[in-house]
Design a binder for this molecule. Structure first.
Ligand SMILES: Cc1ncc(COP(=O)(O)O)c(C=O)c1O
Length: 396
């Protein structure tokens, strides 16, 4: 119940073992025809759940970090106003994206890898629930323009890593539309909510994104790795990597080779990622995944309620997803940040539980991600007892 690493579905694990045995690459169609067909169909299926039109498309890639980097390369090619891929960054003004102060670090990293430097990711403050303050986008855009930066897009989190907060996607989509900016949603963690009819509404606005990154190895029970990069307009997928490799890919227009997914992703040798999800969906159906997502969100809500009722814990924010952050604050005592961190260390060392910590606006919080369907409310009650036991040995 610590990091966003799921307890994998056994069928997915078996499918991965079979993929390893087959050892077919899946960047080039002729090396893995079945894997390619599964990948293309899965990406379109994901796009459909997000509310994208049938003209959506993309590819699978090795993790959310690479997925976000790839989508931002495509965004750059579409919105920079010059051919940065061909001519290099010096051919145009310095570029930037707007993203919240809760954005996963891989976005900052991607921006630096593209050579935009420290100011390439403009940080937008978040509100009391750690959601991007969309009302501040306009002034951030004006300020960037004032200093000579060309903003190409906005990166929203759905959900964010620390607290599971979902940015106001509709407002951000509106803003991007008004200013002709690329709208990217980092849905590595939370895009899986789209599979649940009950919770899909939390992602309202995602259907207007230009690109979405979605990790089924987080909230869809898949063993690592499998990440979808889904573009509302499939043609944009070819913008990320534009160079020719005639020994692998032949056509002059990359779209002629739509069946070679390696044109759209970084990997050359690429693991068969689609088989585990494709086969798990065939075996269990979408309904099983939807009820899993619903159960995990329900568990998080129950856990937050439990923490509130307990009286000696403080919840950071009401969970919007399956991540719950809290502090141990026995009645009348302010436990320091160092003590919260020490509690985590000792709990882990005792061997019964694994939880993590995160720094939020007002201090260090203990953090749990509820991904394991076998974790019950009783287990969570036992975790709180464990924290009390450990906390009692720490003093003030
Ligand atoms: C919101 C978000 N984006 C991106 C990532 C990076 O994904 P990956 O670990 O698959 O590279 C994470 C990982 O925790 C995440 O929470």
């Amino acid at each position: 119940m610590g990091h966003q690493v799921t307890s994998p579905l056994p069928d997915g694990v078996l499918a991965d073992a079979l993929s390893a045995l087959l050892n077919n690459g899946s960047s080039v169609y002729e090396m893995g025809p079945a894997a390619t067909a599964m990948e293309i169909n899965l990406v379109r299926w994901m796009g459909g759940l997000l509310g994208f039109p049938p003209t959506c498309g993309g590819a699978l890639t090795s993790g959310g970090s690479l997925g976000n980097f790839t989508a931002l390369l495509a965004a750059r090619q579409a919105r920079a106003g010059f051919d940065c891929w061909k001519l290099g960054q010096q051919a145009g003004p310095p570029l930037a994206v707007l993203c919240s102060d809760q954005t996963h670090y891989c976005v900052q990293r991607a921006v630096r890898m593209m050579g935009w430097g420290d100011d390439g990711a403009v940080s937008i403050p978040t509100d009391s629930r750690y959601k991007m303050r969309a009302d501040l986008l306009k002034s951030a855009l004006a300020q960037s323009r004032h200093v000579g930066r060309r903003v190409i897009g906005v990166v929203a989190s759905a959900s964010s890593t620390s607290t599971g907060a979902i940015d106001p996607l509709e407002e951000i989509a509106e803003f991007c539309g008004r200013h002709d900016l690329w709208f990217h949603v980092d849905g590595a963690h939370g895009a899986s909510l789209a599979i649940s009819e009950k919770h899909r509404c939390r992602l309202k606005g995602i259907e207007r994104a230009d690109s979405v990154v979605w990790d089924p190895h987080k909230l869809m029970l898949m063993p690592a790795l499998i990440t979808g990069i889904i573009y509302r307009d499939a043609n944009h997928a070819y913008g990320a990597f534009a160079q020719e490799a005639s020994y692998l890919f032949g056509g002059a227009d990359p779209r002629d080779e739509w069946f070679n997914t390696g044109i759209r992703t970084l990997e050359c040798t690429k693991l068969i990622m689609g088989f585990k999800l494709y086969s798990s969906l065939r075996i269990h159906g979408e309904g099983m995944f939807a009820s899993y997502v619903e159960a995990m969100l329900e568990r998080a809500t129950q856990f937050a309620a439990l923490l509130r009722q307990a009286g000696d814990f403080r919840v950071a924010v009401e969970p919007e997803c399956n991540i719950v952050c809290f502090r141990y604050e026995p009645r009348g005592h302010q436990m320091s940040d160092a003590k919260q961190a020490e509690i985590r260390e000792r709990v882990i060392r005792r061997g019964g539980f694994y939880l993590v910590k995160t720094r939020l606006r007002d201090g260090v919080y203990l953090r749990t991600t509820l991904l394991n369907p076998l974790v019950t409310l009783e287990d969570l009650k036992a975790l709180l007892e464990e924290i009390r036991t450990v906390g009692a040995t720490l003093g003030r």
